[in-house]
Write a new protein. Structure first.
Length: 317
């Protein structure tokens, strides 16, 4: 009886079997290997799915399958009106895939490999979706699936990338000698402070996505240091009555960050969002969710914190 490889479902013929038919199987295997090395496929979704019932991208033994391809482009026939969920199967396949989010409506794409997962076990491929500014076209990432069954995780291969130098042709400067580490220094037209990147005329804060986790978040939270962090994870153990940001620059700069609220304990804890948060459609999201629920709020300020453009990117278990 034939067996199949774990990662790409390629058939391994038992010696002495498939007399007169092994050539067809072998040719199919070559096609599957070709797809796994350099295959490109576009997957058009008809529904957004959910965290409990995501759209499946399968690798099926001995059958042409979307999940076997090296490059997978996720698109749709029209806006799916919400965050889109996909899952690679089976959960024991170890893969590295280039995935591109070409969804209509600047929708987040959440990529998982197991049925029950937390936010930290999935990979979120998100456009620049402020609702007020043009979105970044077609975000893409190299994604790793670790194939660990019921505990499988999906991560970005290039997350926390370390390099000895970066050259950006359009901006006309070169970074060398480990400029992205936590040190201060300068080269012509560029200064680096605390892992951030600045150019004399075009400044980019938060080149590294730094995360601050606030345990036992309750009451007034004043730990949002905008010069150091871009993502804040708040483990809610009570009602949050205020949010305060520090080190925001003058109105000539734009600052973007994500707030991730996780309901701990009994859940149903509230968040009193500041009045200067301006929400899409003027609709403030409900913040009192059951225990275990995760809510992501994306923020952008263009005037030094006087106004924040706010959007609830998603809430999920």
């Amino acid at each position: 009886m034939s067996t199949y490889t774990d990662n790409n479902g390629i058939e391994k013929i038992t010696p002495g079997q498939q007399d007169g038919a092994w050539g067809v199987t072998t040719n199919n295997n070559f096609d599957f290997i070709d797809a796994s090395l350099d295959g490109h496929v576009t997957v058009t979704l008809s529904s957004a799915g959910s965290s409990a019932s995501p759209n499946l991208i399968p690798i099926t033994d001995a059958v042409t399958s979307n999940g076997r391809n090296r490059v997978i482009i996720i698109t749709d026939g029209g806006d799916l009106n919400g965050t889109v969920y996909v899952k690679l199967t089976p959960d024991n396949a170890k893969k590295v895939i280039f995935i591109q989010n070409k969804l209509t409506g600047n929708r987040d794409l959440i990529i998982s490999q197991r049925s029950i997962y937390s936010y930290l076990d999935a990979f979120v491929l998100s456009p620049n979706n402020s609702g007020y500014l043009p979105a970044s076209p077609y975000p893409a990432a190299v994604v790793s699936f670790d194939g660990q069954g019921s505990s499988a995780k999906v991560t970005g291969v290039l997350d926390n990338l370390q390099t000895s130098g970066v050259y950006a042709n359009d901006l006309g400067f070169r970074l060398t000698s480990d400029p992205l580490s936590d040190r201060s220094g300068s080269i012509t037209g560029v200064s680096v402070t605390g892992g951030c990147l600045r150019q004399t005329r075009t400044r980019m804060e938060g080149l590294l996505e730094r995360v601050l986790t606030i345990s036992s978040a309750t009451g007034t939270i004043a730990a949002f240091d905008t010069k150091t962090y871009n993502t804040f994870v708040l483990n809610q153990t009570g009602n949050i009555t205020g949010l305060s940001f520090s080190n925001l620059d003058a109105s000539s700069s734009v600052y973007k960050c994500d707030l991730i609220f996780i309901q701990f304990g009994a859940g149903n804890f509230t968040v009193a969002f500041p009045a200067n948060f301006k929400w899409i459609n003027n609709t403030v999201p409900s913040a009192a969710y059951p225990a275990g629920r995760i809510q992501k709020v994306s923020l952008l300020t263009y005037d030094g914190g006087t106004t924040f453009l706010a959007e609830q990117a998603f809430n999920m278990y």
